[in-house]
Design a protein around this ligand. Structure first.
Ligand SMILES: C[S@@+](CC[C@H](N)C(=O)[O-])C[C@H]1O[C@@H](n2cnc3c(N)ncnc32)[C@H](O)[C@@H]1O
Length: 228
C-alpha cells in the first residue's frame, strides 16, 4: 500500500501494515500497552462508554478490546442477565483480558474471541450495541465501509454504535502533522492514523445521534450512531 490519497476520503493516509503485522505488533506490546496508552486514552473511552449507556440485560460487542478495561465496565453495566462479546486480533490481548475478567469475577458474562473485526461470528440483528475505542483508525481505508457494514449487520434495528477514534476533523495542529509523518515513514512505530469518523459512519447508513470532538494530544472524535 503506498498511496496517501484515496477516493473514499481525501487526505486520509492508508494503513501500511498487514493484518499479520498488526497482530504481531499488539502481541508484542500487550503487556506494556497500559503503560504506553492508558493515561491519555482512558478518559476518552469513558466518554464513549457514557454515550453508549449500556443497560441491564443488553447484549453488547466490543471490537479491539485490548487490555479489557471497557469490557469490565460493560459487563458490570449489563449485569447478570446481559451478555458481552469481545473480538480482538491479538492472542496476547485475549489472554490478558481473560485473566482480568477472571480476577473481576466476570468471566461468565463475557465471551471473547481472537478474530478480525471485519468477519464476525454473530447472527444478523442480534446485538443492542457495538463499542470500539482506538481501533477504528487501524482499519485501512477500503476496509472501513466493510467493517461498518458488518457491525450494522449484527446490530438490531435501533441498536447503538459508539466509535472513539483519532480524527481528521477540526483544527489539525502541528502534533497531528508530526503524527501523520511518523505513521507514513515509520508505520511499525505509529500503526494508526486519524480518519473522518462521523462521515464514514454516516456513509455506511447509520443515523448520527451525537458527535464530540475532544482533545487528547491529537483530536479524538466520539460518535454515537444508531442502525435505522
Ligand atoms: C490501540 S489498541 C486499543 C485497545 C482498547 N480498545 C483501548 O481503547 O485501550 C487496538 C486494539 O485493536 C486490536 N485490533 C487491531 N486490528 C484489529 C482487527 N482487524 N480486528 C480486531 N481487533 C483488532 C488490537 O489487537 C488492539 O488490541
Amino acid at each position: 500500500m503506498s498511496s496517501d490519497v484515496n477516493d473514499y476520503e481525501p487526505g486520509v493516509l492508508r494503513i501500511f501494515q498487514s493484518k499479520g503485522e498488526t497482530k504481531a505488533y499488539y502481541n508484542k506490546i500487550a503487556k506494556v500497552y497500559d503503560l504506553l496508552a492508558e493515561r491519555s486514552e482512558q478518559p476518552m473511552r469513558e466518554k464513549g462508554l457514557q454515550k453508549l449507556a449500556p443497560r441491564p440485560g443488553e447484549h453488547i460487542l466490543e471490537v479491539g478490546f485490548g487490555t479489557g478495561h471497557s469490557l469490565v465496565e460493560l459487563a458490570r453495566a449489563v449485569g447478570p442477565t446481559g451478555k458481552i462479546f469481545g473480538v480482538d486480533i491479538s492472542e496476547e490481548m485475549v489472554t490478558l483480558t481473560s485473566e482480568l475478567l477472571q480476577r473481576e469475577g466476570l468471566s461468565d458474562r463475557v465471551e471473547l474471541i481472537c478474530g478480525d473485526a471485519e468477519t464476525l461470528p454473530y447472527d444478523d440483528n442480534s446485538l443492542d450495541g457495538v463499542f470500539t475505542s482506538f481501533t477504528f483508525e487501524l482499519f485501512d481505508t477500503p476496509e472501513i465501509p466493510q467493517v461498518l457494514a458488518e457491525w450494522k449487520r449484527v446490530l438490531k434495528p435501533r441498536g447503538r454504535l459508539v466509535v472513539v477514534a483519532l480524527s481528521k476533523e477540526g483544527k489539525q495542529g502541528i502534533t497531528m502533522k508530526a503524527y501523520e509523518w511518523t505513521h507514513k515513514h515509520f508505520p511499525n512505530l505509529m500503526d494508526c492514523r486519524p480518519v473522518f469518523v462521523r462521515r464514514a459512519i454516516e456513509a455506511a447508513g447509520f443515523e448520527i445521534r451525537q458527535v464530540d470532538l475532544e482533545h487528547m494530544w491529537v483530536v479524538v472524535e466520539i460518535v454515537l450512531a444508531v442502525k435505522p
